[in-house]
Design a protein. Structure first.
Length: 291
């Protein structure tokens, strides 16, 4: 495993071939052989084991101490305790509600991460599971986490970006994804680029007591309140909003901006920017974008 972009064969001979959402057994096998080339892990733990791929790989490699947990065999990732500590854990959670695992199991569970829920609730639940996995690692152990991105209602969601990271990120591998849902939907009729990759993140536990945590926080900030925006960009936004405008129109729109509050000569600055930038053109008394 010496590349940051990997194209594993699809599925392979391990696990139930009809179980949707199975990852390739080659992923698990290569990870185990890479990190444990000469001796077996103390305890190989698989969370969201699904169709049994990891269990079959462990059996083939002769691992005597492996545990494979999933709702399908009665283990609840949100409420149940993990068994004994692990020096290597592999998890492959649902990608939100893209695949309904209730139909795979033939039974409903309110704690199924693939249930219909908001994206925010999904991320919160996934964070709970990932934190539990991290705390269960032995010091020096690793959590290999495989997840894909999602496009829903024309909006792109990057699960690995939005979730909380627990532990030190050791590797981030881009894996080619096979049999994508986007191959079969209406995206092929649009100019949207298909999702054909997954993220394989390797988190390592390097301290018994100190827990490295990283998370992304999204902001929605008004352009006029930003101090580092340029006058050119402010005027461009004003003309996109107004279509065409006089200097007075632009002044009325931008006078309460942060840059406007700190400038005693706003009209002069607007006029100077309009005349000195190739981004704008004048049509009689009105200014408009030159693109």
């Amino acid at each position: 495993m010496n590349n940051s972009i990997m194209n594993f064969p699809n599925r392979g001979k391990w696990g139930k071939s009809g179980y949707r959402g199975n990852c390739s057994g080659y992923v698990i096998k290569e990870l185990l052989e890479h990190y444990y080339p000469s001796k077996a892990p103390k305890h190989f733990l698989e969370v969201f084991s699904g169709g049994g791929t990891g269990k079959d790989v462990a059996k083939e490699l002769g691992l005597q101490n492996s545990t494979h947990l999933d709702l399908i065999n009665g283990w609840n990732a949100l409420t149940d305790e993990l068994p004994k500590g692990s020096d290597f854990t592999f998890s492959h959670p649902p990608y939100w509600d893209i695949i309904k695992y209730e139909s795979q199991r033939g039974q409903y569970s309110e704690d199924d991460l693939s249930n219909n829920m908001s994206y925010e609730d999904f991320i919160k639940k996934l964070d709970r599971v990932n934190e539990k996995i991290y705390h269960n690692l032995l010091n020096g152990g690793r959590h290999a986490f495989l997840v894909g991105d999602v496009r829903k209602n024309n909006k792109y969601y990057s699960i690995q970006k939005d979730m909380t990271w627990f532990g030190d990120l050791e590797s981030h591998i881009i894996k080619v994804q096979h049999n994508c849902m986007s191959d079969k939907n209406s995206y092929k009729k649009s100019n949207i680029i298909f999702i054909t990759h997954e993220h394989l993140l390797i988190f390592k536990k390097n301290s018994i007591w100190n827990v490295p945590i990283k998370y992304t926080k999204d902001f929605l900030y008004e352009l006029k309140k930003m101090v580092n925006v340029t006058w050119k960009n402010l005027i461009q936004a004003a003309l996109e909003h107004l279509n065409q405008a006089t200097v007075s129109d632009i002044y009325q729109l931008l006078q309460d901006s942060e840059k406007g509050k700190n400038n005693n000569h706003i009209r002069e600055k607007i006029r100077q920017t309009l005349n000195n930038s190739e981004c704008f053109k004048k049509n009689e008394d009105y200014w408009e974008l030159a693109v």
